[in-house]
Design a binder for this molecule. Structure first.
Ligand code: 5GP
Length: 185
């Protein structure tokens, strides 16, 4: 147990396998709090308010921004996303590590506010593999796949600003690399 918890920021483009890697990480590591973000996007089937996200209106989101209640916030795919500050501070003070799955603009804001935060970018082995994975999901039409690929290219370009880049060539290996980063921090 640490005296004060550490913040671990994890980003990665859609289709890079971030959820699978993180699920594997958390099988081996449990002294952490996973930050639940607020978002203005609609819940997807199977998502529950307060579990994956706090699903809130644009008005409520703007109100929270105004009151300084977010540690960071950003627009992504025409919706707003933000990390509520309160629970993060509370857990860190209790010596509990905090994980946040946020996109690149938010990651920059957290690094600026908390330079001691550890940032990890999960990257696909190649753009070809990413494209294959996005197409394999078969849930999106061609337009959406191309937009996601384009976004992914821009996100990957931002990975140079992260403390660590972990390539998800194999999710168990990638999870092991992240566990080494956590234990070394
Ligand atoms: P999705 O809508 O697919 O759940 O998430 C879309 C993107 O928003 C993902 O890249 C995810 O990491 C990012 N995201 C989720 N919560 C937050 C947040 O609180 N802040 C920021 N900046 N990005 C977030």
């Amino acid at each position: 147990m640490r005296k004060r918890g550490k913040v671990f920021i994890v980003s990665g483009p859609s289709g890079c396998g971030k959820t699978t890697v993180l699920t594997e990480v958390f099988r081996h590591y449990d002294n952490f709090h996973f930050s639940v973000s607020a978002t203005t996007r609609r819940p997807r089937p199977g998502e529950t308010d307060g579990v994956e996200y706090f699903f809130i209106t644009e008005e409520k989101f703007d109100d929270m921004v105004e009151k300084g209640e977010f540690l960071e916030h950003a627009r992504y795919a025409r919706c707003s996303y933000g990390t509520p500050r309160g629970p993060v501070e509370e857990k860190l003070a209790q010596g509990v590590d905090v994980f946040m799955d946020i996109e690149v603009q938010g990651a920059k804001q957290v690094k600026a506010a908390m330079p001691e935060a550890v940032s990890i970018f999960i990257a696909p082995p190649s753009l070809e593999v990413l494209e294959r994975r996005l197409r394999g999901r078969a849930t999106d039409d061609e337009d959406k796949i191309l937009i996601r690929l384009d976004t992914a290219k821009r996100e990957i370009a931002e990975s140079v600003h992260y403390d660590h880049v972990v390539v998800n060539d194999d999710y168990v290996r990638a999870a092991g690399e992240i566990l080494d980063i956590i234990h070394g921090a």
